[in-house]
Design a protein around this ligand. Structure first.
Ligand code: ASP
Ligand code: MG
Length: 247
């Protein structure tokens, strides 16, 4: 069994959270699954990086911004690999380009085209937990590209599709998908499941729980996504097709 897990920025915001996530990954590995974990930059790191860049040059070229912004995710996977190592697990980190995630050349909003390398598969076969930086890939010119804000979700779904994963779990700081933002609305209602179409309508209406292209990609490849909390362990929300629901 192959599982793709994705952890958002709040899920890896500090030392304690990094160990909590390492334990979630370890749990899946202990059950015998091959695990690919996609990780976002810690907390507000991407915003901070953007602020620092603007202070230097508000009109920096898109190519340089992408190469620079991709570093937030590199820090996260590095720290997570060190945590797993400390817990006695063998993990390897791969950047978008090391993993072979090929994108178009729209810097700052690149679209994933294909997985052009078997590196992830080789590492899994070698018994490693594979930690992949979210939000990034590389283009024809061999340059680093980023996928747009929130794009780590799309990295996870793309890898689940290309690797034919059995499960794609998107861990976040809420228990699933709600009809409105549960962080500032106490009456928000959680969905047990919802269709790709409904999810896309929620995103069009402003919901930020998933990157829009991740749902597009999931629908294209028939990947069921589970959105759940890395904090609570409660069951999440499944986003899938109407027909898949009865499986
Ligand atoms: N770190 C990036 C962002 O803040 C990508 C992501 O979190 O999915 O937008
Ligand atoms: Mg997000």
């Amino acid at each position: 069994m192959l599982i793709v897990q994705k952890f958002g920025g709040t899920s890896v915001a500090n030392r304690e959270r990094i160990f909590a996530v390492a334990r979630l990954i370890a749990q899946a590995a202990k059950m015998g699954a091959q695990v690919v974990a996609v990780v976002s930059a810690q907390g507000d790191m991407t915003d901070e990086l953007i602020e620092r860049a603007i202070a230097i040059n508000p009109r920096a070229s898109a190519r340089e911004m992408d190469a620079y912004l991709a570093t937030g995710e590199q820090m996260s996977v590095g720290l997570l690999a060190m945590a797993l190592e400390k817990l006695g697990y063998s993990a390897v980190t791969l950047t978008g380009w090391q993993a072979g995630l090929e994108t178009d050349s729209v810097y700052g909003n690149a679209r994933i085209l294909r997985l052009g390398s078997d590196r992830i598969v080789r590492e899994l076969e070698g018994g490693k937990i594979v930690l992949v930086t979210g939000f990034q890939g590389w283009n024809e010119a061999g340059d680093i590209t980023t996928l747009g804000r929130g794009g780590s979700d799309t990295t996870a779904v793309a890898l689940a599709a290309f690797l034919h994963a059995d499960l794609c779990k998107i861990y976040t700081d809420v228990d699933g998908v709600y009809d409105c933002d549960p962080r500032n609305n106490p009456n928000a209602m959680k969905f047990d499941w919802l269709s790709y179409e409904k999810m896309r309508r929620l995103i069009a209406g402003g919901a930020q729980v998933l990157h829009d292209r991740s749902v597009e990609m999931a629908q294209q490849h028939g990947i069921a996504i589970e959105v759940l909390s890395s904090f609570t362990g409660n069951p999440g929300t499944i986003v899938c097709s109407e027909t898949r629901r009865g499986d």
